[in-house]
Design a binder for this molecule. Structure first.
Ligand SMILES: [Mn+2]
Length: 320
């Protein structure tokens, strides 16, 4: 890649990035500056609660990309590669590089970008590997952000998408910065305390996906004490799922609640078809509107499987 000091480059992620998107933007821009490239990190929208926790706790500042975007012609996307989800102020032609850890069918839509997409647990792992490989000194701020991102994205290494590379890079980062004893518990507990209305909580990590039979809408929560949370809020959660389903014109709507400290998820779904699809895709059993797993499963793991299941059901329907 031909990047010189006088070309300003913005490193950013999706709107309202999680701790991975935030950490990668921050750290990768630092990595590039260390290589004499004029890169700046910026975030669009509001960072996730967990990311805000890390920023506040370690007094780290990251700029608002809305205010910067007009100054930049060249953009690097980290932890992001789906064209529909990139901030609207960015044009695909502006993207010169993409680093992500999820399969993307959109890479060809960024003709000017060099890309690294590798299916590790966290994009922060790919960024950390670059620091290590090129022996570039890492700041404490970048180290704690990247460490937090790896822990968060891999569900503290319990998630199925965790790889040895994630573990190795987290270990490497740990040597670079003093991490408080119960830091992970603090971070997870913080993201489990809600002060905003429950609807905002659900929408803060809601994503929809196209399927062959309408949109799949998945709200995901990663918190501690999931059982308690569901017991206390079930009625309201069901109402809100229905509401969001209508507002967002979603065909299949459900909530995936991941317990960060125990090894299970609880799903909440309100109608029959969605429950059937989840049951046949994931082998879970619903009692009324609730199903519990015996392991963690994250949205990004289940989406391709659910899409396939919906497709095969369409096919069966067409045949009959
Ligand atoms: Mn990520």
């Amino acid at each position: 890649m031909n990047m010189t000091m006088d070309e300003k480059i913005l490193v950013t992620s999706y709107n309202n990035p999680d701790v991975d998107g935030t950490a990668c933007s921050y750290a990768y821009s630092e990595f590039l500056r260390n290589k004499n490239i004029n890169a700046q990190a910026g975030v669009f929208g509001k960072v996730h609660k967990e990311a805000q926790f890390v920023l506040d706790k370690f007094n780290i500042k990251i700029k608002n990309a809305e205010k910067l975007i007009n100054e930049y012609k060249k953009i690097i996307l980290v932890d992001a590669s789906e064209i529909l989800r990139i901030p609207s102020k960015i044009k695909a032609e502006q993207i010169i590089e993409i680093i992500d850890h999820r399969k993307s069918e959109d890479l060809k839509k960024f003709p000017g970008a060099i890309t690294q997409v590798e299916l590790v647990g966290s994009c922060a792992t790919l960024i950390t590997e670059r620091f290590k490989k090129e022996k570039i000194e890492i700041s404490k701020e970048s180290a704690i952000l990247l460490f937090s991102a790896i822990v968060s994205n891999t569900l503290n290494f319990k998630g199925k998408l965790t790889t040895v590379r994630d573990k190795n890079m987290a270990e490497w980062l740990k040597e670079k910065v003093d991490i408080p004893e119960d830091y992970v518990h603090q971070m997870f507990s913080h993201k489990s305390k809600f002060t905003e209305p429950l609807k905002d909580v659900l929408l803060s990590d809601f994503k929809d996906f196209e399927s062959t039979n309408g949109k799949i809408g998945i709200a995901q929560l990663e918190i501690v004490n999931v059982d308690d949370f569901i017991n206390k809020n079930l009625l309201e959660l069901q109402e809100l799922l229905q509401k969001i389903k209508n507002e967002r014109s979603v065909q299949y709507m459900f909530l995936n609640c991941i317990d960060l400290e125990k090894g299970f998820n609880i799903f909440v779904a309100i109608e029959k078809e969605t429950k059937e699809i989840l049951t046949s895709t994931l082998g879970i059993n619903f009692k009324k509107n609730i199903a519990k797993t015996d392991h963690h499963i994250m949205r990004k793991e289940m989406v391709p499987k659910i899409k396939e299941m919906i497709k095969s059901k369409d096919y069966a329907f067409l045949k009959s």
